[in-house]
Design a protein around this ligand. Sequence first.
Ligand code: PAF
Length: 282
Amino acid sequence: MHIVSDIKTLRETRREWQTEKQAIAFVPTMGNLHEGHLRLVKEAKKHSSKVVVSIFVNPLQFGPDEDLDAYPRTMQQDKASLEALGVDLLFMPKVSDIYSRGLEQQTFVEVPGLSYMICGASRPGHFRGVATIVCKLFNMVQPNMAFFGEKDFQQLQVIKAMVTDLSMNLTIHGVPTERESDGLAMSSRNNFLNAEQRLIAPTLYTLISNMATEIKTGRRDFSVMIAENRDNLAALGFKTDYIDIRSASSLLQPSHEDKELVILGAGFLGKTRIIDNIQVEI
Ligand code: PAF
């Protein structure tokens, strides 16, 4: 596995692969890799001859009160996992190379609408930071395809919209959420949970799964369901951020015509924000 931190070497390698007509799949990450990330890499390998993974903890997508400094960094372990999976190139740029003119001067990519709702309403600027770094990484890696987890369902929709709006020449693949045996969606932030919070955490998935069952068996009073389950989430011990039922394609309130829905939930256990979602076809 090539380990590259400068953009020039990345581009040289990319150019060599291009002359060999190799398809390139890309998995952007912020490191602290778990089975969810490794599944993205495995999917990427199925689709292409060369796989590039990036590890970059992107300061632009963290709010001032969020966990940028505390974000877990496990570089040696991450390298070993990626090497074992046969990744071709690991790109680990420095903040000063990525944002060379400084964060204040940085040009942004912003996907309006989609970026301001649901998670975006609680985390102003977050999806602008995500879209900007993903756009920059796409420009550097120039992949034919890129892989993102469905756990961050809204992020996946924001990136798909950006690719369409900016006519980017690559395919975006969403990969189903990897879960612990008790249903908790894998996330680097799960490391922050204490023993008591870890027991509560999977109940968010139980709650949205129950909502999915109710919808599949005909329940349609969505606003009542949302209100009830906000309270249920609080009763389980979360500080509720949101519970919502949206159209899976637009993330808008579902209309009668929408057949593919997504139930999204987020809540805090202490300072740790747990998010999850489940797609439902009706
Ligand atoms: O999902 C993540 O880990 C990050 O938001 C991403 C896509 C790597 C951008 O920093």
